[in-house]
Design a binder for this molecule. Structure first.
Ligand SMILES: N[C@@H](CCOP(=O)(O)O)C(=O)O
Length: 436
């Protein structure tokens, strides 16, 4: 957690600033001890590389943009990076930062339900100093995501599948980090720098979409591990004018329940349903513990006790208290969606507005469409539709070949750096993957 949040950080000039410069200005307020030259160089390098998409008119696009849908409804475009998901906005910068500041071999471990893994592979593959180990649930990612991750041919990248859901992969990552080794870090939102980098786009979009000072803006955020929403929560605290956030979830609605004043913050992994919005198929949203810390007076022990209700009924009272505090004091609300609603919205968006969205983004759009008419509503994009298209339509076509590796998808090379992490985990010599 940041020791303290900077406040009122935005300035009028931000509206016209390139995203790389704006991200640098957000970051420098949190990372006060770090060289400004280094931070600026990291942002410039990260957001130049691989974000150079042009829009339909051939105009250069910034790393972050918003497309108008109808009335006051916008789609927050965050998936123009190399792996086609919003995770690139943080992972590309982290990849550059790791390469700049790490002197010896460093090991990054990550758990993924599809997007974090792809973004990490794209950001770290080929690095000479950093090794990457990605753990994903066997059969729990889309065909495109599997090809994108398991097809990464680089000596420093290993993909391994675990039998279990995303929670099981994340538990392994947390156990590894718990060993407190200085040479092991993570690509997940457990790593606060990922969330600091993500909070920049909330401020950037707000600057671009709000036209007069009192205008209200609400972000609708597809949420699984709650990292994206926590990044928004941090941005809200730092922002002069504020905005509102709504968490959009699927049938695995533990977050929705918690934020509506119920207390079911966690469920057994066995009752997690597999859906066509797999990034939301989790039983425990890791970053909620950070929100608990903030709403429970920044007390680590209270947040820890409230978060550990798994098998501990005494903590429920504390958790119920936290849930009501969130309801009263946080500008975060929630909405859950069903498969049929998301599928209908994917279809409707394409037919009526000519916009192709993925199933997670559809959950955010549902929430945005139900929200108050007078305010600016921004549904945030999770990934480009192609990442989950095969699951809905049977194929994802050839239009996006640049986002998946061109070579054979079973070859895998193992670098000494990753072999070391593998040994730590006790993973067999040849990594097991869904592809094999
Ligand atoms: N939905 C994520 C799961 C990991 O979340 P993170 O924000 O903690 O990295 C994914 O797509 O991998």
């Amino acid at each position: 957690m940041p020791a303290a949040y900077p406040t009122q950080i935005e300035a009028p000039a931000w509206r016209f600033m390139a995203y790389s410069e704006l991200a640098f200005r957000v970051l420098r307020r949190f990372a006060r001890g770090t060289s400004r030259t280094l931070l600026r160089a990291v942002c410039r390098t990260a957001y130049r590389r691989g974000f150079g998409c042009a829009d339909a008119n051939g105009c250069a696009r910034d790393a972050v943009g918003a497309s108008w849908i109808a009335g006051r409804l916008y789609l927050g475009g965050l998936s123009w990076g190399p792996s086609l998901s919003f995770k690139d906005l943080a992972m590309q910068a982290l990849g550059v930062a790791f390469a700049c500041v790490v002197w010896h071999h460093y090991h990054i471990v990550g758990a993924t339900s599809g997007d974090t893994g792809g973004a990490a592979c794209r950001a770290i593959a080929g690095s000479r100093k950093v090794g990457l180990l990605v753990l994903s649930p066997a059969g729990g990612v889309s065909a495109f995501q599997a090809e994108q991750m398991y097809g990464t041919i680089a000596g420093n990248v290993v993909n391994a599948c675990l039998h279990g859901g995303f929670d099981c992969c994340q538990d392994v990552v947390k156990a590894l980090l718990g060993m407190r080794r200085r040479d092991v870090g993570t690509a997940n939102s457990i790593n606060l720098s990922r969330l600091l980098l993500q909070s920049a786009y909330y401020l950037a979009l707000r600057e671009r979409l709000v036209t007069w000072p009192g205008e209200r803006l609400c972000y609708h955020i597809p949420s699984g591990n709650f990292g994206n929403t926590f990044a928004c929560h941090m941005a809200m605290i730092c922002c002069k004018h504020g905005f509102h956030a709504t968490v959009a979830t699927n049938e695995n609605n533990v977050l929705d329940c918690f934020l509506k004043g119920g207390v079911c913050l966690t469920r057994s992994e066995t009752v997690v349903k597999r859906t066509h919005a797999p990034s939301m198929d989790i039983s425990w949203a890791s970053n909620i513990e950070r929100l608990l810390y903030d709403v429970l007076g920044r007390s680590g022990s209270m947040a820890g006790r409230a978060a550990r209700t798994r098998g501990n009924s005494a903590a429920w009272v504390l958790l119920a208290h936290a849930s009501h505090r969130c309801l009263r004091s946080c500008a975060v609300s929630s909405d859950a969606s069903l498969h049929v609603e998301r599928s209908m919205l994917v279809e409707l968006m394409y037919r009526r507005h000519g916009v192709a969205v993925d199933t997670h983004t559809a959950a955010a759009l549902k929430s945005a469409m139900l929200a108050a008419r007078g305010d600016v509503q921004v549904a945030l994009e999770t990934a480009r539709d192609v990442k989950l298209k095969a699951e809905l339509h049977g194929t994802y076509g050839n239009g996006y070949r640049h986002a998946v590796p061109r070579r054979a998808r079973h070859a895998r090379h193992v670098s000494p750096a990753c072999a070391h992490v593998r040994r730590l985990l006790g993973i067999p010599a040849v990594p097991v993957s869904a592809a094999s």
